[in-house]
Structure formats: structure tokens, C-alpha cells
Design a protein around this ligand. Structure first.
Ligand code: 5RP
Length: 236
């Protein structure tokens, strides 16, 4: 690719370039969402064109789908394929057990459905996303617009007994209005600072009426590729 980035984006680019090496001709590939995933989409499109690869690509958001289609990738919906070989996506945090917080781009519902339909999920990241414990990044929770204030009360009650260090909850805004996801839902961000028991918290949140999905990705990711600003890529 001729438009290689410099500075902060160079690490994301390095991770993206390493990840697309995992793609083989004939694969069905899930395309993540976010700035790191966008580098991967560009790298994958360039490689597919250069090597004349036949790929089927399932995006995890309308913006990723638009980028991939514009770059000439063969974009289909998840229901048009019988599962995926590989999904490559970014993350907001990952811990030593490859547990993730995702949803900084409010695409975690589609991202999780696509990841769960994939044989493997590879996360691409810059070093800043590697943490000892999840929770410094606010945990996104997608909720239905219907009754969202009632759902907020349920979320507050669920946090009372949770092993976390913070309990503030904010409704995500975009340009001064509540952000709406691709699925027409809202996002509450849970400012937990530290999540002591991600599995227990996910169970306690996903059973609440009105909660569609959380940004906790547990047991889904098997590989993390960290891209460093000097252009090195490290596979964990
Ligand atoms: C979108 C996501 C993104 O993968 C996550 O927010 C990371 O984004 P970026 O690569 O821009 O830092 O989960 O819902």
C-alpha cells in the first residue's frame, strides 16, 4: 500500500497488515469496525486486488460495509453465508485472557454476532488497549429505546452488588442527541473503572429486560496482534 501512515496510526496499520496475512483465498471473512479495523479493510482490499483473491466479506456495521464495498471487496450479509472462517476486529481493551471490551464505536452487537459465527476472532490493536484488568474503558451496553429509563434503573440495581470500582452510567450522545446504533438502539456507558468478575457481570447484565447486548466479549478471541508505532507487529 502506498499510503502507509505515520505516528499514532502506524501501530494500527502494522497490526492490520499482519492480520490480513491470515486470510486465504476462498475464505469468508468478518470485517470489524473502528479505526484499526478500517486499516485492515484497506489492507485486505489491496491484497485481494493484488493477488486476485476470491473472498466473501461480512461487515459489522454500515460504515465498514460502505468502506469495504467502495474498495471493491465482495460484501454480503451474515445470513448469506454458512458461517465465517475468520473475523478481524479492533477492541477497546483486552486482558491477559483475551477477554475484551468492545463497542467504543457502538457496533458491538453486530460485532459479537459476527464473531460468534466465526471459527476464530483475531483482534488487532495498538499497545494502549492491553490492560491487566478490564474496566478503565467504559463498558457499552446496548438497550432498546423502549423503556430505556426503566432499563437504566435495572442496570443501576445490577451494579449495586457487582465487583466493580465505579457505578456511574451515562447515555451515549452524538452531536448532542442520544446516539442510535445500526440496530436502532441506544447505548449506556458503564463507568466501572475495574471489573473484578467479567463473566458474572455479563450474566447479570444480559439477563435484564431491555438489555440487547454488552460490550464484554468473553471466550471469543483466540489471537491478539499488537502493532507498535515503530511498525513492528507482535502476535500474542
Ligand atoms: C467498535 C469497536 C472498535 O473495534 C473499538 O472501539 C476499537 O476502535 P478503534 O480501532 O477505533 O480504537 O468495538 O464498536
Amino acid at each position: 500500500m502506498s499510503d502507509a501512515p505515520t505516528g499514532a496510526e502506524a501501530g494500527k496499520f502494522a497490526a492490520a497488515m499482519r492480520a490480513v496475512e491470515l486470510v486465504e483465498d476462498g475464505m469468508a471473512v468478518g470485517l470489524g469496525t473502528g479505526s484499526t479495523a478500517a486499516w485492515m479493510v484497506r489492507a485486505l482490499a489491496a491484497r485481494a486486488a493484488a493477488e486476485d483473491l476470491s473472498l466473501t466479506c461480512v461487515p459489522t456495521s454500515t460504515r465498514t460495509g460502505a468502506l469495504a464495498a467502495r474498495l471493491g471487496l465482495n460484501v454480503v450479509s451474515l445470513d448469506e453465508v454458512d458461517g465465517l472462517d475468520l473475523t478481524i476486529d479492533g477492541a477497546d481493551e483486552f486482558d491477559p485472557d483475551f477477554r475484551l471490551i468492545k463497542g467504543g464505536g457502538a457496533a458491538h452487537l453486530q460485532e459479537k454476532i459476527v464473531a460468534a459465527a466465526s471459527r476464530r476472532l483475531v483482534v488487532i490493536s495498538d499497545p494502549s488497549k492491553q490492560v491487566a484488568h478490564l474496566g478503565a474503558f467504559p463498558l457499552p451496553v446496548e438497550v432498546t429505546p423502549f423503556g430505556h429509563r426503566a432499563t437504566l434503573r435495572l442496570l443501576r440495581r445490577a451494579l449495586e452488588g457487582a465487583d466493580v470500582d465505579g457505578r456511574e452510567i451515562t447515555l451515549r450522545q452524538h452531536e448532542a442527541v442520544p446516539l442510535m446504533t445500526d440496530e436502532g438502539n441506544l447505548v449506556y456507558d458503564l463507568h466501572l473503572r475495574r471489573i473484578g468478575d467479567p463473566e458474572g457481570l455479563m450474566r447479570d447484565l444480559t439477563c435484564l429486560p431491555g438489555v440487547v447486548e454488552t460490550g464484554l466479549f468473553l471466550g471469543l478471541c483466540d489471537t491478539v496482534i499488537i502493532g507498535h508505532p515503530d511498525g513492528r507487529a507482535e502476535t500474542l
